[in-house]
Ligand binder design. Structure first.
Ligand code: SF4
Length: 425
């Protein structure tokens, strides 16, 4: 059963009389568990829907619709599948106390992996889930492998029940499922020979493993530093040397670099980022892999749009990680747009200065930085610092922030997007 939360005006659903609060019970006699059932079972042009209206009346609708026309219902979000692991490096353990409850949920959900590219470990899959992945062709999935050796992986995930990920991937691959995979690199745990084995095993699965990223573990002041540590500069360099050798071989053999280091790995190693072509289609850009090169490409493609900023004085706010890379990006935005740009780098006051990513900056840090900046025409904030409800991690809303500072603000991922969006006054 799935609850309807909204109905689009003029839609098929509204014409039928479906209203918010209606329970969708089944399609063609098959019970609905979540949005996936609804989307896949209603993909045909004609089907039978059984619903229960808010007043308790049950109705069956025979629906025929023109191809591609949406039914026009919004559904309640699915109950998030909880994680059965207890990784020492878990981001949830690194959160300070007192944040909103939803931030402390450890999710490990193959549905969100398919829909939003969230990484999942697949350790909590039940036979029914596997059947759904295959039937609905939930592909590609984003999978946290970390280590292919089952013993190491079980230890690392703190989950003695974790199945052998190599078998899981091979089984799903036989049914046409593909994967983007990642290794979160922890020195002394899954680097060196363990990394070598992991890369070898994943490559051996063949084309279904579309990509592999290597991301250095990130910790906060609240993390379990007695159990896990971040890699040193030399350890990051060793990992890069290793993955770049694999990447060259993969390019020659398969026509894709296949394995990629996160931008943060290069930053910590003190090495320049690889050129844009090293990231192929930027498949893992949302995972911080190739973000800078992707951004440079977006800026170049949006040159005409950016010229609307000529003569403006704009503050660009970011975290200390991007702060080190941003000067070269701003040089090109400056020369393309004719705007005067000021880089404003913020330390993380919520998690501690060791947390450098812009997406984890609290709203309060932006307010403090902009409180006296009436001299700016515009301030750009990292779009990834807010959730879908425009809330920062410390629960400050974007609207409240806008009203607390004397400069219009815009969220931005690519600079170009900020030109096209109206500013918050
Ligand atoms: S799998 Fe992810 S959510 Fe689960 S414990 Fe490990 S890091 Fe945390």
């Amino acid at each position: 059963m799935v609850l309807v939360t909204a109905v689009a005006p003029g839609s098929i659903a509204e014409e039928l009389g479906i209203v918010p609060g209606t329970d969708l019970l089944s399609v063609n006699g098959r019970e609905l568990e979540d949005f996936l059932d609804w989307e896949f079972l209603t993909a045909e042009d004609a089907f039978l829907v059984h619903v229960r209206r808010p007043d308790g009346e049950e109705i069956e609708y025979e629906i025929e619709r023109p191809a591609e026309e949406p039914l026009g219902v919004a559904l309640e979000p699915p109950r998030i599948r909880r994680c059965g692991n207890r990784c020492d490096f878990c981001f949830v353990d690194g959160l300070p106390p007192g944040l909103r409850d939803t931030l402390y949920i450890r999710d490990d959900d193959y549905r969100l992996s398919f829909r939003y590219g969230n990484f999942a470990t697949l350790t909590n899959l039940k036979p029914k889930d596997i059947r759904r992945i295959i039937e609905y062709r939930l592909s590609p999935l984003y999978v946290s492998v970390h280590a292919s050796d089952p013993v190491v992986r079980r230890w690392l995930l703190r989950n003695p029940e974790a199945p052998d990920i190599r078998e899981q991937l091979r089984d799903l691959a036989r049914h046409g499922i593909t994967f983007h995979t990642q290794v979160v690199l922890m020195p002394g745990v899954n680097d060196g020979p363990i990394l070598e084995q992991t890369v070898t095993d994943l490559y051996a699965i063949g084309d279904p493993v579309l990509s592999l990223s290597v991301v250095p573990v990130g910790l906060t002041e609240f993390s379990r530093h007695d159990r896990v540590r971040e890699p040193t500069r030399e350890e990051c360099r060793a990992a890069i040397g290793f993955l770049e050798r694999w990447s060259r071989d993969a390019l020659a053999a398969r026509g894709s670099h296949w394995i990629y280091g996160a931008d943060e790995l290069y930053l910590r190693a003190g090495l320049p980022l690889p050129p844009a072509e090293s990231y192929d289609e930027f498949e893992q850009v949302e995972n911080g892999v190739g973000s800078v090169r992707w951004l440079e490409r977006e800026i170049a493609e949006g040159a005409e749009t950016l010229s609307q900023w000529a003569g403006l004085r704009i503050g660009v706010l970011t975290g200390t990680s991007m702060g080190r890379l941003m000067p070269q990006v701003l040089d090109s935005v400056r020369s393309i747009s004719g705007a005067e740009l000021e880089l404003i780098v913020l330390e993380n006051t919520l998690f501690g200065s060791s947390v450098t990513t812009a997406g984890l900056l609290p709203g309060r840090a932006f307010v403090d930085a902009l409180r006296d900046r009436g001299d700016l025409d515009l301030a750009l904030l990292p779009a990834e610092a807010v959730n879908d409800s425009d809330l920062f991690l410390d629960d400050l809303s974007l609207d409240s922030l806008s009203q607390s500072v004397p400069v219009p603000v815009r969220l931005s991922k690519t600079f170009v997007d900020a030109v096209l969006e109206p500013a918050r006054p």
